[in-house]
Design a protein around this ligand. Sequence first.
Ligand code: DC
Length: 229
Amino acid sequence: MTDKQPIIAIDGPSGAGKSTLSKLLARELGLVNIDTGAMYRCVALAAARRGIDPEDHARLGQLCGELRIDFCRSAAGERVLLDGEDVSLAIRTPEISLLTSRVAASPAVRQALVGLQQTLGRAGGVVLEGRDIGTVVFPRADAKFFLMASAEERGRRRFDELRARGVEVDLAQTIAEVRARDEADSDREHAPLLQAADAVVIDSTGKGIDAVLAEMLQIIEERTACARS
Ligand code: DC
């Protein structure tokens, strides 16, 4: 019997619903939501602003140690702060999305951010969403999910999300970018997008958020009940 708060891992390709579902799960279960993609995006934004070459791994690794990334909740929803500046919108442009894929392939960046994520989540009480949470960051998480959906559906969701935020984008281009990022994230040498053998795979194509949320809550309840008994 343990009172330790759970660690929930949610992995999967971009646009599969990870952000929405991890926020909802965190709210429902009273856990802290950690968007690890936003952390990689912050490093990419800072690198772009400082003119750092995405292939300069040593400089990128050093940069990670210089940055302060915080998450906070405001009336406008969850915000991401980079050295105190609200960069929630700036990290989501198509340019930064593409650059993030390259920056996230750097072993020095991965080492720094994985360490930070482990520190943030070690005590439990967290939902972490990303690409390597169940495989690398917390291989012993209490519940692991791998969320997926078709590339068309994921592109359309990303398109709607960006438009709602006031970012001007084209649908076909957004779908093409989702595919390009999938390839980059799956083919990279370091920590490629992989499904943990013990992850529960959920295909959200054509499913409503509520149905997927209910499915995930039930699995978490089963897993954490087993761990408590
Ligand atoms: O989840 P997202 O679309 O915000 O992720 C942005 C990029 O960061 C994407 O290219 C995948 C990468 N990423 C990663 O490599 N590892 C993570 N744990 C999270 C995101």
